[in-house]
Design a protein around this ligand. Structure first.
Ligand SMILES: [Zn+2]
Length: 174
């Protein structure tokens, strides 16, 4: 069974949402990478880089302390394009099944009083944080998720053929 999708995502038609990026096997287990898209790629400004960094710290801390989910979380981190985050979880849940988790994660940012780990000892660039902007993006995305709970398009990527580069290799962005 080929679990690595041969399709690529049509970035011109992406809307914000929770999407399966890829499913990998690790021994006898499945591991799923999700794209958590916070802004529309190439159609609106990407997330402010300092806010992105703060959201990385805040939501990683939330996910890794949530009693129901902490043992399922392998990785949370920002996309290089600054339009969203990668979430890697054990297993192979549908995006809908992690909707509440993501909604709660972004809602938790609104009441944050500081950015955990924003110190020279704990972070590679502790000066580059922006809690107020992180809250603004988090509220915007959480409101969007609430308003679109019944919209299947926030759980399913628009697909296209995978790009083949000039030297014949397939393009991947993660
Ligand atoms: Zn950091």
């Amino acid at each position: 069974m080929d679990l690595i999708p041969s399709f690529s995502v049509d970035h011109t038609r992406i809307i914000p949402g929770i999407f399966t990026s890829r499913v990998d096997t690790l021994g006898d287990n499945l591991v799923t990478t999700y794209d958590i898209r916070v802004t529309r790629p190439n159609a609106e400004p990407a997330v402010d880089v300092a806010a992105m960094h703060s959201l990385e710290h805040l939501i990683a801390t939330f996910l890794r302390n949530d009693p129901d989910w902490k043992d399922e979380v392998i990785y949370w981190g920002p996309m290089g394009c600054l339009t969203g985050f990668y979430l890697i979880l054990k297993g192979n849940r549908a995006p809908k099944d992690i909707y509440e988790l993501l909604l709660n994660s972004f809602r938790s940012v609104e009441s944050a009083e500081d950015v955990p780990g924003a110190t020279a000892e704990n972070c590679g660039n502790f000066r580059m944080h922006n809690l107020e902007m992180a809250k603004w993006y988090a509220k915007r995305f959480a409101d969007y998720l609430s308003e679109n709970a019944g919209n299947p398009a926030i759980f399913e990527y628009p697909k296209t053929e995978r790009l083949v580069t000039d030297d014949g290799r397939q393009f991947f962005d993660s």
